[in-house]
Design a protein around this ligand. Structure first.
Ligand code: IMP
Length: 197
């Protein structure tokens, strides 16, 4: 089955393809010939994920999915959450977002946080949502240069490395995105053959 992944973030594409491997053909927006930055105007990850997949489904009438991810920090009442990409303003700078996060957490003893991913899949006009959560904590300064976003300051439970210090394979073992994608794959595998092609 061919599925369009409604994203322009190549890190996300790489991470999701590492989980889906060859079971399904996943093509990103650019590969599908779609040049579009889909807005994320809503107050929840679920609504933003839906908006992205619905936009692409209406345009292509092809099976597609999207995902929205947020970093939820306990001491900040779940911030930056759905605003993770633009935490420090419209510029979408990973460095400035991390700077703002570390500043806000400076005096907070509780550094626990989690990444949460919501995937919205639309096949034959029907939408299904899948969630993946990765619990962990934020450290005081950046470590590692791999990955993207908040990876250099996030250590998942069960590891002493940040996501920024991990290879793709290592991050895949812990990641929120992996957990949501595994649920997506299980669902796709459970579909009747007639829906698969
Ligand atoms: P998006 O709105 O789902 O594209 O992601 C929001 C923001 O969350 C991104 O710009 C990144 O800063 C951050 N983010 C999403 N996923 C990850 C991840 O796996 N690691 C680190 N940061 C992430």
């Amino acid at each position: 089955m061919k599925l369009i992944f409604a994203t322009n973030n190549l890190h996300k594409v790489e991470e999701i393809k590492a989980v889906i491997n060859d079971s399904f053909q996943v093509i990103a927006l650019k590969e599908a010939g779609i040049d579009m930055d889909i807005p994320e105007p809503h107050e929840t990850l679920e609504a933003n994920a839906s908006e992205k997949s619905r936009t692409i489904y209406h345009l292509t009438k092809t099976g597609c999915f999207s995902e929205d991810t947020g970093l939820e920090v306990a001491a900040l009442n779940g911030e930056p959450g759905v605003k993770s990409a633009r935490y420090a303003g419209e510029g979408r700078s990973f460095d400035r977002n991390i700077e703002k996060l570390l500043q806000k957490l400076q005096d907070k003893p509780d550094k626990s946080a989690r990444f949460r991913t919501v995937i919205s899949l639309i096949i034959e006009g029907r939408e299904t949502l899948f969630e993946g959560v990765c619990p962990g904590r934020i450290i005081d300064e950046k470590r590692g240069t791999r990955g993207f976003g908040y990876d250099p300051v996030f250590i998942p439970d069960g590891s002493d490395k940040t996501f920024g210090e991990m290879s793709l394979e290592e991050k895949t073992k812990y990641s929120h995105r992996t957990k949501a994608t595994e649920k997506l794959v299980a669902f796709l595998n459970s579909l009747e053959p007639i829906n698969k092609f």
